[in-house]
Design a binder for this molecule. Structure first.
Ligand code: G
Ligand code: G
Ligand code: MN
Ligand code: NA
Length: 254
């Protein structure tokens, strides 16, 4: 509960910070985009990771204002990326279940991007399957409205039941992110190879691109390249990092 009280103050006090993890194109080797990942610079606990405060933020509802702040930051970073010479960089943010079901979500996001005046086709929202399947009609309506503004959608942490990808085929989802557990099980279980292959093939047949998460080794990378996975994200290339480090990373690579 102390955590919740502290969190209430964190946004105002400027203690929240976003790190950025690159997503690398498997054909060109260029950084296509980055995922924003939140951290909390707590005055006494030090750097607190999202798994240790996002659940409390969800419970308390604080995730809603925090989530809008994250989108504002993404818009600001889109402008900075263009200024730094990377005008096509995609910036992705995670949307939690509670934020997705906020009644004012579409109008608030509309207002944020209207005020920011950036190329919205470079803003990507990551949602999990469960957030979309909880109320499919609502999801359909929200995704349609937001995609009309140019925003694109990614299906996060994907892989627990690929048949549901067909349930989602009528939603404007352009990207599937294979959950890191499948990538990490490569070489240990034959199942993960089959599952990854099936996800890539089904996603491609539905005109969706595929990002594999949690890529740490050359072996994983080679397998994913052979399977025509589009992009990879993981420690093999880079850990999530502060924005200034990311700009240096981009200058060195792209
Ligand atoms: O690197 P990592 O420990 O940052 O992220 C852990 C989890 O926290 C991931 O599942 C990620 O989706 C979630 N997460 C990271 N940043 C955000 C954010 O800004 N909003 C929400 N809702 N979840 C986030
Ligand atoms: O939103 P999502 O749950 O997909 O967030 C990605 C999570 O995976 C974050 O916690 C991020 O820090 C973490 N991550 C990113 N790359 C790697 C990796 O190569 N290995 C591991 N173990 N975790 C990773
Ligand atoms: Mn994510
Ligand atoms: Na994910």
């Amino acid at each position: 509960l102390q955590l919740e009280a502290d969190l209430r103050n964190a946004l105002r006090a400027g203690e929240l910070e976003l790190y950025y993890q690159p997503r690398v194109d498997l054909i060109t080797g260029e950084v296509r985009g980055v995922e924003s990942l939140i951290r909390w610079n707590h005055p006494t606990r030090g750097l607190v990771m999202p798994d240790d405060f996002i659940p409390a933020a969800e419970r308390s509802g604080l995730i809603v204002p925090i989530g809008y702040w994250v989108i504002e930051q993404a818009c600001e970073r889109l402008r900075q990326a263009a200024d730094a010479g990377f005008p096509g960089l995609v910036v992705a943010v995670n949307l939690s279940f509670r934020q997705f079901h906020d009644r004012k979500m579409t109008e608030t996001i509309f207002r944020i991007i209207f005020n920011a005046n950036v190329d919205t086709s470079l803003l990507e929202l990551e949602l999990t399957e469960s957030a979309m399947m909880h109320d499919p009609d609502y999801a359909q309506r929200c995704l349609r409205e937001l995609s009309q503004l140019g925003i694109s959608f990614a299906l996060d942490d994907f892989g627990t039941g690929y048949s549901s990808l067909t349930n989602l085929q009528h939603l404007p989802i352009s990207l599937v992110k294979i959950d890191k557990s499948f990538v990490q099980a490569l070489g240990e279980s034959g199942d993960s190879e089959h599952i990854i292959r099936a996800i890539i093939s089904l996603a491609h047949s539905l005109q969706m691109s595929v990002v594999a998460e949690g890529v740490e080794t050359e072996g994983q990378l080679d397998f994913l390249r052979d399977q025509h996975c589009d992009e990879v994200q993981g420690y093999y290339y880079a850990r999530p990092m502060p924005w200034d480090d990311l700009v240096t990373f981009l200058h060195d690579r792209n």
